[in-house]
Unconditional design. Structure first.
Length: 69
């Protein structure tokens, strides 16, 4: 996909790069990988902030215990 040079410059993609394409009800959203990671981190923080048991290890242990394995 080709993007206009002014958009590539603003997104820091002057020398190429990857973007995430998300289809929404109102159109298409393009995000750089770093923007997508920052968004995912912000969402995760809303669900884990103030919960000391909100770790990947704790999550996997809970899933393992629930599965009975």
């Amino acid at each position: 996909m080709s993007l206009p040079i002014d958009i590539r410059k603003r997104l820091g993609l002057e020398n190429g790069g990857s973007v995430i394409v998300e289809e929404t009800e109102t159109g298409v959203v393009l995000r750089t990988v770093s923007q997508a990671v920052a968004r995912a981190q912000a969402i995760a923080k809303r669900y884990t902030e103030g919960n000391p048991d909100a770790t990947v290890t704790a999550f996997l242990a809970d899933r393992h215990a629930e599965s009975g394995e």
